[in-house]
Design a protein around this ligand. Structure first.
Ligand code: NA7
Length: 555
């Protein structure tokens, strides 16, 4: 006699839960859903786990959060047994960690790889979602979790004349295997985190590097190094307490701050503190060293001026240093970059900074890059032009909720969510690190874990109470959007021009897309939902009476 495993998802068209995306969020969500006994399948466009760390393979890719913390905490044995090599892990190291997690928890059998979801619609009669993939396969499930990532949908980018260019056009988000730029003339477009990492990595290998810069970023050295075994042992001995502490902070990290406003600190002391932060190599320290850096223009200038002085010290040519110095937006309203010697590459005779604000880019020709004043002969152009962040991966799937309403219409004037995790009118649909949750303002793994744990409690409750429908209330969503907007408006973030607000994508509605209140405070907002019996949601149990349905609302 064969025993039937109730969680066997080989015949996986009719499920309790569909998770979209097998990055760090989707993998953890699958593991936890299995723990609840939910028949769950993960649909993943790529051919392996890892999400952003699977797709992004450009040279120099290194995480900007220390590996001790850019890792899961949900399993004590996992965090004890995994050995990180470097303080900041490279893409290869993070991808091998993701693969290790997939194998260790036998996740692959629950993941359908090479399966991009194109649309999904809520059936108000069946109270189930229908999810359609690129192959036309339809799966249904009571619940759907979007684990689609915040920096996973590349910004659409096509340069004028791209089709005529005879060299290689390389996109950092889809870096092909086997590229060798040694001895070539290369132009890198973009000076965010990606462009800075790629340029730093290839500068001493190429014949000539042109860094095409429109907006300069603030960048600090990451001082990456192999981890010291004694420090690792100490971290591991204290992991539970350290992780618990991370959950209470603004950014999910433990960064030393002064707890003081800038003006309350004498100038010499300010400089000493900033020097200490520079030597430390954790760039996010600059956001939190003083309490008011992101609140007050004068305070913000203290950090900006300090970092500008570092550029002048590091770059020999004063004109190049001036061009590399950020202006036009407050420090911290564009994610700080962390580098492995970026500014020093401009002291090489083989690196040229091209300031596209002075001489805008026209496009590509058959042999190179054309600006308004010059033609640069190159063999390859690297596009490091960023992402349609936070909402991009969601808006690329047609998501249709109650009354045929599309998520893209609901978000036409800016993303709206109930506490970053659900959307009114889209029952039984949940977002991990969704818009208006702390997500990109934090160590995103800490944010992912916070969401997965909260959703696990909710789904356990749904199972115990036999709930069929869980839906964010419109008034609760409105209140959260207002709260999130108001907090953002009390900071300098609304004056930023980066992907934090959608400003980097033409036509994208502006809203600060992450919650600025911090991971700790946000955790309390989420916890209040659980302890107060989900006041922001309608929880419905539908009892079948003959052919009719009668609804019981818990709230
Ligand atoms: P970013 O930070 O959005 O940077 C993209 C860069 O590309 C930025 O310098 C842009 O300049 C530039 N860009 C984009 N489009 C153009 C066009 N059309 N012309 C010229 N320059 C352009 O993305 P990253 O991938 O570097 O980093 C994203 C996050 O990933 C990072 O913060 C880390 O958290 C990991 P612009 O600013 O638009 O003038």
């Amino acid at each position: 006699m064969t025993t039937i495993d109730p969680l066997d998802t080989r015949e996986d068209l009719d499920l309790d839960l569909i998770i979209i995306g097998a990055g760090f969020a989707g993998m953890m969500a699958l593991h936890h859903a299995r723990g609840l006994g939910l028949r769950t399948v993960v649909l993943e466009a790529g051919d392996d786990v890892g999400g952003t760390w699977y797709w992004n393979r450009y040279p120099g890719l290194t995480c900007d959060i220390e590996s001790y913390f850019y890792s899961y905490s949900f399993d004590e044995q996992l965090q004890q047994e995994w050995e990180w090599r470097d303080r900041y892990a490279t893409q290869e190291e993070i991808l091998s960690y993701a693969r290790h997690v997939a194998d260790r928890f036998a996740l692959r059998s629950g993941i359908r790889f090479g399966t991009r979801v194109v649309s999904q619609a809520y059936d108000e009669t069946a109270l189930r979602w229908s999810v359609i993939d690129e192959h036309g396969v339809v799966r249904t499930a009571r619940f759907v979790i979007m684990a689609t990532g915040v920096l996973s949908a590349p910004k659409e980018m096509r340069l004028e004349g791209e089709a005529t260019f005879g060299g290689q056009v390389l996109r950092t988000t889809h870096w092909p295997d086997g590229v060798d730029l040694t001895g070539k003339k290369v132009a890198v477009l973009g000076t965010g985190s990606t462009g800075i990492q790629v340029s730093t990595e290839i500068a001493d290998k190429v014949e000539h590097l042109y860094v095409l810069q429109r907006t300069p970023s603030f960048s600090v050295p990451n001082h990456n190094r192999p981890l010291d075994p004694a420090q690792t042992a100490e971290v591991k001995a204290n992991y539970p307490a350290l992780r618990a502490h991370c959950r209470t902070t603004l950014d999910g990290l433990i960064l030393p701050g002064t707890g003081r406003n800038t003006a309350d600190v004498p100038v010499e002391e300010q400089l000493a503190i900033l020097e200490d932060a520079w030597a430390d190599g954790r760039g996010f320290r600059f956001d939190v060293t003083f309490e008011d850096t992101l609140l007050d223009d004068g305070a913000n200038r203290v950090v900006a001026d300090f970092l500008a002085s570092k550029i002048r010290q590091l770059v020999d040519d004063p004109e190049t240093a001036r061009r590399l110095t950020p202006s036009g937006y407050p420090f911290g309203t564009r994610r700080i970059c962390m580098d492995a010697g970026y500014y020093a590459i401009f002291n090489r005779p083989t690196t040229t900074l091209v300031d596209l604000r002075e001489t805008p880019l026209v496009g590509l020709t058959a042999t190179g890059v054309q600006t308004t004043t010059e033609h640069l002969e190159v063999d390859a152009v690297v596009l490091a032009t960023g992402y349609d962040a936070v909402t991009g991966a969601l808006s690329r799937i047609e998501i249709v909720g109650r009354d045929g309403r599309r998520l893209s219409d609901h978000w036409a004037e800016g993303a709206r969510t109930m506490k970053g995790i659900a959307v009114a009118g889209f029952p039984n649909l949940f977002l991990i690190t969704g818009p208006l949750s702390p997500s990109v303002f934090t160590n995103v793994i800490a944010s992912i874990e916070q969401h997965v744990e909260w959703l696990t409690t909710l789904l356990e409750h749904a199972k115990a109470e036999q709930l069929d429908e869980i839906e964010a209330l419109p008034e609760a969503e409105e209140a959260w959007v207002r709260h999130s907007d108001e907090l953002a408006a009390s900071t300098l973030h609304t004056r930023g021009t980066s992907w934090f607000s959608g400003a980097n994508v033409e036509g994208k509605p502006r809203r600060i897309l992450a919650y600025v209140g911090g991971l700790g405070a946000y955790g309390e907002h989420l916890a209040a939902e659980t302890t107060q019996d989900y006041p922001g949601f309608a929880l419905r149990r539908v009892q079948t009476v003959g052919a009719a349905h009668s609804d019981t609302e818990e709230n």
